[in-house]
Design a protein around this ligand. Structure first.
Ligand code: ADP
Ligand code: MG
Length: 154
């Protein structure tokens, strides 16, 4: 079975719902890398993942664009990281990412190409593309097979 599959959503609500499904298939620790342009829906998907894990209410999951890291730990523990502005920082260590990887958490990273993250955690890569105003394509690569079979089933 291939570790890659595509999901097309037609609203932000649908992307959140897909995030909840991904959360239901996740077993922490796990690293979720979300790539794609601004407005592609990365933060929207993160709402569903953090909400689905029970770590936060979806409405409380907002973009960590300026603080870079948000922590949600109502029950399950989720770190939501946005590296879009990482270039502004002189010291990457201020993020405390190394400490995060000592925990049994789910770490969601937007703009993951801005920082090399070394961890032996299983990784799920999701690339989001803007198709039209309300349509997004999510390309999910789950090389460790941690989402199978729930998410990869046809
Ligand atoms: P990113 O974090 O990738 O910059 P956001 O999730 O912050 O993107 O923003 C996505 C925007 O696109 C939101 O305003 C959302 O309401 C809108 N949107 C429209 N359709 C969708 C969809 N199918 N999936 C996700 N977001 C959508
Ligand atoms: Mg975002």
């Amino acid at each position: 079975m291939t570790s890659k599959h595509e999901i097309v959503t037609h609203s932000a609500e649908e992307t959140i719902a897909r995030g909840r499904e991904i959360a239901a298939a996740l077993n922490p620790p796990a690293l979720i890398l979300l790539s794609g342009d601004l407005g592609a829906g990365k933060t929207t998907l993160a709402k569903g993942i953090a909400g689905g894990l029970g770590a936060a209410d979806e409405d409380d999951v907002t973009s960590p664009t300026f603080t870079l890291v948000h922590k949600y730990d109502r029950g399950a523990r989720v770190y939501h990281v946005d590296l879009y502005r990482i270039g502004d920082l002189h010291d990457l260590e201020t993020l405390g990412l190394e400490d995060i990887f000592a925990e049994r958490a789910v770490v969601i990273v937007e703009w993951p190409d801005r920082l090399s993250l070394r961890t032996d955690w299983p990784v799920v890569l999701i690339h989001l593309e803007h198709v039209d105003e309300d349509t997004r394509r999510l390309s999910v690569d789950d090389p460790a097979g941690i989402l199978a079979p729930k998410i990869t089933a046809p």
